[in-house]
Unconditional design. Structure first.
Length: 278
C-alpha cells in the first residue's frame, strides 16, 4: 500500500542527488521559464503570497523570494526543513520565508490568507492520494491565482522502460521498485492531471516537459555536447510535441476562476471594454 513518503531518512541524499546534478539544473532552468510567465499573469506590483507545498530546499521559491515575494514553505520532513532553513539563511532570504512543518494536506490551518501562487513540485508521485492533495491545495488559492504543478510522468516512465528493454516489468504494471529509494512511488498520467484541473473549472495556461531527452541519452556513447547545450536544447523542445509528453516530469500551470464564474481572461476583456466605453 502506498503511503505519503517522508524524507527524514534521506534528506541529505535527496538534496544531493536531486538538486546537485545536471537533472536538477535542467529542471530549474525549464520550470523557471514557466514561473516567469506566471508572474506576467499575476499582479506583481505588490509582493505575492506564495506557498511552496512540499517544497524541499525551496530552490525555485528562493528565486521568487529574491524578487521580494513572501513565501510559506511547508514540508512533511523536519530534516528537509532544517536543510531548507540553512540554505535560505545562507542566501540571506530568511526574512522572506515562513517555514512550516506540516503535510501539504493540512497547510490551510497555517495560512492567514489564500495564496496568490502555489508551487506543488515533485510531490504528488510520493503521496497515497495525489488528487485529494491537489484538490485541497487548489482550495487555498485566491480567485484568479495560479497553481504550478510538476509531477512524475507515466509516459516518460513507460518510454524509459521500453528503450531499456524492461518489457516484463511493463507487463507487470511497472510496480515501484523499493530498492531504488529515490525513484517516485508512482507515475501520473498527464491527461488525468489535466482533467483534475479543468474539472475544477481552472484554466490551463501552459504545459512543459521536464527533461524531454536528457534521461534517454545513451551515456555509454560519448557525444559532442556540453551541459549548456543540453539545457538550451531542453528549453527549445520542452513545449513542443511529441517531446513535451515524453518528459520525465510534466509541469502544468493553471489559473483559478473568479468567484462569479467569470474566467480571468473574460474579466480582463470586460475591464478593457469598460475603459474604452468610458
Amino acid at each position: 500500500m502506498i503511503k505519503d513518503r517522508n524524507f527524514d531518512d534521506l534528506a541529505q541524499k535527496f538534496a544531493k542527488s536531486i538538486y546537485g546534478t545536471a537533472k536538477g539544473e535542467i529542471r530549474q532552468s525549464v520550470v523557471w521559464q514557466d514561473l516567469e510567465q506566471i508572474l506576467t499573469v499575476l499582479d506583481t506590483e505588490q509582493p505575492l503570497h506564495i506557498l511552496d507545498a512540499g517544497g524541499g530546499l525551496g530552490q525555485l521559491s528562493q528565486k521568487l523570494a529574491a524578487q521580494g515575494h513572501q513565501v510559506t514553505l511547508c514540508d512533511l520532513s523536519g530534516e528537509m526543513l532544517k536543510l531548507a532553513e540553512r540554505d535560505i539563511a545562507n542566501n540571506g532570504l530568511l526574512a522572506q520565508y515562513r517555514l512550516v512543518h506540516s503535510p501539504v494536506q493540512a497547510i490551510g490551518e497555517h495560512l492567514d490568507c489564500p495564496a496568490d501562487l502555489i508551487l506543488f513540485h515533485a510531490v504528488m508521485e510520493w503521496l497515497a492520494d495525489p488528487k485529494a492533495a491537489l484538490d485541497y491545495l487548489m482550495q487555498q488559492v485566491r480567485p484568479g491565482g495560479v497553481v504550478s504543478v510538476m509531477f512524475y510522468n507515466y509516459n516518460g516512465l513507460l518510454f524509459k522502460n521500453l528503450i531499456c528493454g524492461n518489457l516484463t516489468h511493463i507487463e507487470q504494471g511497472m510496480p515501484h521498485r523499493k530498492r531504488f529509494k529515490l525513484q517516485p512511488q508512482q507515475a501520473l498520467a498527464p491527461e488525468e492531471v489535466y482533467q483534475w484541473l479543468t474539472d475544477a473549472g481552472w484554466t490551463i495556461l501552459g504545459k512543459t516537459g521536464v527533461r524531454t531527452f536528457h534521461d534517454y541519452m545513451q551515456t555509454h556513447m560519448v557525444g559532442d555536447y556540453s551541459l549548456e547545450q543540453v539545457i538550451e536544447m531542453e528549453q527549445k523542445l520542452c513545449r513542443q510535441e511529441p517531446y513535451l509528453s515524453l518528459g520525465r516530469y510534466i509541469h502544468v500551470y493553471a489559473q483559478k476562476p473568479l468567484t462569479d464564474g467569470t474566467s480571468p481572461e473574460q474579466e480582463a476583456y470586460q475591464s478593457n471594454s469598460n475603459k474604452d466605453n468610458g
